[in-house]
Write a protein that binds this ligand. Sequence first.
Ligand code: AQP
Length: 321
Amino acid sequence: MTSLSGITPSGRLTLGNHLGALRRFTDPDGFYFVANLHAMTTKHDPRRLAALTREFATLMLAAGVPDGTVFIQSDVPAHAQLAYLLECTSYVGELSRMIQYKEKGNGRPMTRASLFTYPCLMAADILLYGAEQVPVGGDQDQHVELARDIAIRFNREYGETFVVPQLAKAVLATRVKDLANPTTKMSKSDVDNAVGTIRLLDPPDVIRRQIMRAVTDSENEVRHDEAAKPGVTNLLEILAACTDGDPIQLAKAYSSYGSLKQDVADAVLAVIEPLQKEYARLATDPGAIDDLLAQGRDRAIEASRPRFEAAVRAMGLAGSS
Ligand code: AQP
């Protein structure tokens, strides 16, 4: 089963991105990309986008995403090209219902048109490669559902062209919460909430301090109970995700928040520190990173061509390649 997923360089990568997505990018036949086109749906700084794109690509390689599977979205023009074709099969109504558009755009002045249409770009990302599995965190379910709808409709109207993808739900850590505000998701673009967001490249002592200061509650009972104890539950889920444990079982081993936090900090750093070391090593060899990204790009161009050309033909764009 071909696996595909992307991460948008819209801020520094977080522990949530790693546990919910990046560490699951393991298929040697997969396609994993830095979704830089998706980072332009809101006002962006071109220099920062370029720097973050490079940082993300390096982090993906450092995380052990298999060689030849990592590429930068804009290096493969078929993503933007197919996105336009899919916009021509999508309806304003279904795009208006997308949560990201409702939260960040609808009714606000200066909303970019791309914020409205980007689910079509995401559908193109997925459908180009015939991906059957899309490993994403829980917040992306709605987009994968739309990609499914678009594929089914396209196949019905223009002939069998695309594989209908399936969600690959993570069992654990589908939605890591912010440490300072544990009812909201930990997000990389949330610059106002730096204390609650664990960034993969922050110094280990900063990360440890953030975890030790995580918001819990006024009791002192360690229990997995999302409604009554969102902070403690989030810590248990992070611990479980980092140690391959069960959050409900893990809770039984603790009688104080302090010892839970110590163990969460140790477990998180055991995941992050090797990643940081490998990132630092790779960053000293920019030529090797360029070569790996070129390899990923060439493979992605080759793999995406047949489906893109089939879609072009199916839609009656005669005379094109
Ligand atoms: N808190 C999270 N817990 C688990 N998984 C998460 N992901 C994001 N946050 C968490 C997963 O990481 C991937 C990142 O995809 P993206 O960058 O394209 O989109 P996103 O979901 O919008 O990520 P962020 O961090 O929340 O970014 P901003 O702040 O820009 O919106 C996805 O698979 C996502 O599910």
